[in-house]
Design a protein around this ligand. Structure first.
Ligand code: ADP
Length: 493
């Protein structure tokens, strides 16, 4: 099988790299295997890409290690920054192609996909700006010493990303790692390998030395597990399910105690209080759950509404959800495309069945949308109780529950009644209430009168079982540096 193929999308035709990207070259996997990636809009294969497994990870790690100790080490911090900003420019230059790839491979609406490309370029440029601003401290302990700290790269970083934002997660991961001088072995999600390979081509074009970024298309149980257990990977950064996050941490502990950062699942509460601007709140609640077809780790899937506005809220929210344009990702008006895969489709539909069986009221949706592709109607369940599975478990689809609460205190108590703690929101026009509730909620991000407004300058990550460490902002840099203390004894003669 070849290493590149012309791919036709409804928007444009482009050249898709298919190989593993190691040492700045596209290559076949050692085992010679390939796997198909499926278009979720029509359930048909797009292309087959080369599959990487343990041996390929080993080769990629060697490449990354030798770049780390060789050419990359000689690249100045300013030059690292320049490479990152140049890569950002290339993403923007190729925005139409990258958005088409995401629409084709992931199923997200092409207009939303363009937003992902812009955010990815912004993220890379932001970290490009950080590259020559990584400082340690000088510490004055006594007149006989000079003590200072250096923030050195951790080393070879394994990065494992999911399929819900294939390009954006790639950018979130490589930005801080490269700014701080690390090298990377990246494993993309098996459902969505295409944009990562395209960006690999841009990484080479931007002028990154060979081996600095290596991209492996492959499966979690083979390539992913090999990264987590590798003895010569210094750090693993993972975004995905809590279940797999636990396995990664175990593997890290059982192998070389590599550093671990995890960005995991959520069941985020979205609180609407009686003094909220209801129309605005509903816009945000709608975006909070249905954006990216509900496939966001921070999706506002548990909507907690004060009893004073509960009935009115349900009436307006139903109306709003039914206006969401569901359909072909290549229609520029589309808000919600198909779910990413048959497996995800089946999982979500089984939660819907479970909710119906448990006696929750279907306010709208609850079925497949259309007859082809992995489409699901935007679904709202109301009159739910806290013991229901649909209230407890992450569904990762366009499905939310609306619960009635009687007071601010009850809203906080229910909001925190979960093992997760990724995000939350509160809608109120009272600044005191807003800050009181935000402080009381155990979550890594709290939005006040908005939702899902992530930004590369703002840290993002989870309390409790939603993760370890923070991505984005200056906080993410801490994951990618080791602090070294140097103490010099000063001779008095
Ligand atoms: P999802 O269930 O939404 O697909 P996962 O957590 O399974 O989320 O997948 C997220 C990423 O983790 C993907 O790149 C996947 O291949 C990878 N992965 C899955 N299982 C493992 C594993 N056991 N070890 C390492 N990576 C894994």
């Amino acid at each position: 099988m070849s290493l590149c193929q012309t791919v036709q999308t409804p928007a444009l035709t482009y050249e898709q790299p298919l190989g593993l990207f190691i040492n700045n070259e596209f290559v076949k996997g050692v085992e010679g295997k390939t796997f198909e990636t499926i278009n979720p809009h029509n359930e048909k294969p797009i292309v087959a890409v080369h599959e990487g497994a343990e041996e390929d990870v080993n080769i990629a790690v060697k490449a990354a290690r030798s770049a780390l100790n060789g050419e990359w080490k000689q690249v100045t911090p300013s030059e690292r920054g320049r490479l990152l900003t140049r890569l950002a420019d290339f993403l923007e230059r190729d925005i139409e192609t990258l958005a088409a790839i995401e629409a084709l491979d992931n199923g997200k609406g092409v207009t939303m996909a363009k937003g992902d490309v812009t955010a990815s370029a912004g993220c890379l440029r932001y970290y490009g700006g950080w590259a020559d601003k990584i400082y340690g401290q000088t510490i004055d302990t006594d007149t006989n010493s000079l003590t200072y700290t250096r923030h050195e790269p951790v080393g070879v970083c394994g990065q494992i990303i999911p399929w819900n934002f294939p390009l954006l997660m790639f950018a979130w991961k490589i930005g801080p790692a490269l700014a701080t001088g690390n090298t990377i072995v990246m494993k993309t999600a098996e459902q969505t390998p295409l944009s990562g390979l395209y960006v690999a081509k841009l990484i080479k074009e931007a002028g990154f030395p060979p081996g600095v970024v290596n991209v492996i298309s492959g499966f979690g149980r083979t390539a992913g597990a090999a990264i987590a257990a590798h003895m010569d990977i210094d750090k693993v950064a993972f975004t995905g399910s809590t279940l797999v996050g636990r396995q990664i941490m175990k593997s890290a502990a059982d192998s070389n105690l590599k550093k671990v950062t995890l960005e995991l699942g959520g069941k985020s509460p979205n609180i609407v209080l009686p003094d909220a601007n209801l129309e605005e709140a509903i816009e945000w609640v709608n975006l909070g759950i249905f954006f990216n077809h509900g496939q966001c780790c921070c999706a506002g899937s548990r909507i907690l509404v004060h009893e004073a506005v509960y009935e009115k809220f349900l009436e307006l929210f139903k109306k709003r959800a039914e206006q969401n344009k569901v359909g072909d990702p290549f229609n520029t008006e589309t808000f919600q495309g198909p779910q990413v895969s048959q497996i995800q489709y089946d999982r979500i539909m089984s939660y819907i069945k479970d909710g119906k069986g448990a006696g929750a009221k279907v306010v709208t949706g609850g079925d497949r949308h259309g007859s082809e592709g992995y489409y699901i109607q935007p679904t709202i369940f109301a009159d739910v109780t806290e013991d229901m599975t649909i209230v407890k478990e992450e569904i990762f689809g366009p499905v939310c529950t609306v619960q009635k609460v009687r007071s601010e205190e009850e809203a906080i108590q229910v909001a925190n009644d979960t093992n997760y703690g990724l995000a939350a929101a509160v809608h109120t026009t009272n600044i005191n209430t807003a800050i009181r509730v935000s402080n009381a909620i155990k979550a890594g991000t709290v939005w006040v009168n908005n939702y899902n407004t992530l930004h590369y300058q703002m840290p993002f990550g989870g309390f409790k079982e939603s993760g370890i460490g923070r991505e984005l902002g200056s906080y993410a840099l801490e994951n990618y540096t080791e602090v070294k203390t140097v103490r010099v004894h000063l001779s008095q003669s």
